[in-house]
Design a protein around this ligand. Structure first.
Ligand SMILES: O=C(O)CCC(=O)C(=O)O
Ligand SMILES: [Fe+2]
Length: 367
């Protein structure tokens, strides 16, 4: 049944509980967003106070060789991770036809009838590793995000082939396989720069948890008032993100950033064939703060729906996190305490999005 748009409970029931999502809300016809989607002014993404990222995409094909080309690219990667914490890569080895197919598949999935998607709502999903939903933590947020998503945790191919939605599993598995190769290359460069020679078992601990999502940001009648995803940093090691040509991903600059602060927000422009890479919290911790896990958010548009396909690589839940000994030898002072990654994750799942507040959990002198 169509919701009563003036009644927050009715909207919540329709969008969140029944699983119609924002997609269902938009399809039911609306000329302005319901009140629960209106963000407080300080949480909105002010386009007027933004600039586009000028950093050209980094050409990863040169990483495969040795010598000058390799070192130059490695330096570009390190520099980007130390300053903004976001960069784009091209010639990454993930097939371009696969990227196109992922975007099409995401549109098709969210266009499926409710029954095909609602079976993956948290209370009924056949596997805890697959979850269809909307916003971030709708039960905990004051204002909801204008997005629907399907999120999967990867354990092995058999499990994925059994439980992930059949419409999307093949492309996602191929995307995961080829992107993990990219993540490993980048981590070798980033950890290598810290004086660490990571072997395979070490990398397997650091990126032992892998999640992949398809996110759908439907057309929004009031994009100035809403956010697709509010300010947050990602919790793991590195995130690989495919965004489409609509754009809308913004990084928030902050005082502590070694980046020329020209605006409050830096838009990561859509570059055909590129993947966006960002540093997440655990890489910031391991590097004792050298690499920056930047706050970012997504702005909606009134003219187009947008899709994105992120892969979140994270440590094993049991992994101990603390600044790496090689970094400590140089730095002397640790800015983060030792903790178990699973505890960090549990902490995030209990809190609505609030920028990088979560990292305080790991900061020395904060609690
Ligand atoms: O959709 C995007 O561009 C960003 C998504 C994101 O930041 C996230 O899911 O953590
Ligand atoms: Fe993110």
């Amino acid at each position: 049944m169509a919701p009563n748009l003036d009644d927050a409970n009715s909207v919540f029931e329709f969008v969140v509980k029944e699983g119609n999502g924002i997609k269902g809300l938009v399809d039911s016809g609306l000329s302005k967003v319901p009140g629960v989607y209106v963000q407080p002014p300080n949480e909105r993404i002010d386009k007027e106070n933004s600039i586009k990222l000028e950093l050209p995409p980094i050409d990863l094909s040169k990483l495969d060789g040795h010598g000058h080309g390799h070192d130059e690219v490695a330096e570009q990667i390190v520099r980007a991770a130390e300053t903004l914490g976001f960069f784009q890569v091209i010639n990454h080895g993930v097939p371009l036809h696969l990227l196109e197919s992922l975007k099409d598949t995401a549109h098709k999935f969210f266009g499926l009838p409710l029954e095909r998607k609602a079976v993956y709502l948290a209370p009924v999903t056949p596997s805890p590793t697959v979850k269809y939903g909307t916003s971030y933590l709708p039960e905990k947020e004051k204002a909801l995000g204008w997005k629907d998503y399907i999120l999967m945790q990867y354990t092995d191919d058999d499990e994925a082939l059994r439980y992930w939605p059949e419409e999307i599993r093949e492309v996602l598995l191929e995307y995961l396989r080829s992107s993990i190769v990219v993540v490993k290359k980048l981590l070798k460069v980033l950890l290598g720069n810290l004086g660490v020679k990571p072997d395979d078992p070490m990398i397997d601990v650091f990126i032992g948890t892998k999640r992949v999502a398809m996110i759908f940001y439907p057309t929004c009648p009031n994009p100035d008032l809403t956010v697709g995803i509010g300010r947050h940093s990602d919790i793991g090691m590195l995130t690989v993100l495919l965004q489409d040509e609509i754009g809308g991903l913004y990084v928030k600059t902050d005082e502590g950033m070694d980046y020329e602060k020209k605006a409050e927000w830096i838009e990561i422009p859509s570059v055909p064939g590129a993947l966006v890479i960002n540093v997440a919290d655990m890489l910031q911790v391991l590097s004792n703060g050298k690499y920056k896990s930047a706050e970012h958010a997504v702005r909606n548009t009134s003219t187009n729906s947008r899709v994105s396909v992120p892969i979140f690589t994270m440590p094993l839940e049991t992994a101990k996190m603390t600044p790496l000994p090689q970094v400590m030898e140089k730095d002397g002072i640790a800015h983060y305490k030792e903790f178990v990654f699973g505890d960090y994750m549990n902490n995030i799942h209990e809190n609505a999005l609030d920028g990088k507040r979560l990292l305080n959990f790991a900061k020395i002198g904060q609690n």
